[in-house]
Design a protein around this ligand. Sequence first.
Ligand code: BGC
Length: 375
Amino acid sequence: MRSVEAILRNQSPNGAIVASPDFSQYHFCWLRDGSFSAYALDVAGEHEASARYHEWVRAAVHRISAVIDEAIARHYAGHDVGALEMPPARFTLEGSVIVDGWPNFQIDGYGTWLWSLGRHLRSAPSAEFTKDLRDAVARVGRYLEAFALTPCYDVWEESGSAVHTSTLASVYGGLVSAAGLLDDTRYLETAAAVKATVAKSGSRLGYFNKSSENDDVDASTLWLDNPFHVVDSSDSNLTRSVSMISDRLTLDGGLRRYPTDTYFGSGAWPVLTASLGWHYASAGNAGEARRCLDWVAERFDADGHLGEQFGGDRRDLRHYSEWLDRWGPPAADLTWSHAMYVILADAIARGTGGPESGLAKTRTGTSDTGPEVST
Ligand code: BGC
């Protein structure tokens, strides 16, 4: 409940959700963080707040509709589109775009938004799929169709020249959601191509790699299972990836992002430890799911704040200090961390108490997976 309150507290009246109120670089609303947070609001029964977020995204997308349409047109005409001219990953809380050299070309957030909106519309009793919202879904769907397999920055806002597995997962989830919302199977064709790309590298290696340029693991590939359902929780390449992720990325019982990460010394992230728990909850391993939830629970401070990452200072003081000098201490209260804690608590409650016993009892009759996509 404190985490739900934290998300609500970090939401502006207009619906924007700030990534972190205490860390200067995070005073923006990212589609990625915000869309996971809106899903957490829905599972907690806070549908009105989630609706406000989705309306805020709709308006922000509407404001940049010319940018999106132009990027799509140039792409199909065979022209390069510079990363700085692409739709952004983050907006000001007012919903405007800041061109400040931030690596903004990250398509995953658009996929995550479509997925989260789909979940909202299916779970909120009074949710309305208005014509304006439908237009925004179609535009973002066309954007994802065009750029699904194009290299772009990843979910950690790095490595802009690669195609990233967790980005593909978000794009897949978004396209499947768009197909369901618009009742239009055209989006499933690209979703199938995305799924085939992921499956190909999975079968080449026997696990899922970080990206087209890096065969090591990345904890964000856990989202291939929940929430984007590119593969099944029991898929053998996924379970192998889970073991490798746990072996290579565990720090003090939580999960780091990827092996060579140096951001704030690369501590363990509640977002990722909760993602691991979410996988275990669907895979039927209630004990490990609970262990992940408890690990996150132990990271709250006395005031109920939950930070971005823990232990980087002890793991790699040199890099921790470099970031400290540049930006001050890491986010002490990250909205997305709270969101993932709520989501995992809900997944555990549903997994152990039957399909109608999640955090909010309003989610009956919703399916987690959406339409089937064959490759
Ligand atoms: C993370 C992103 C996140 C952003 C805001 C960055 O450090 O790599 O995944 O969206 O912070 O929380």
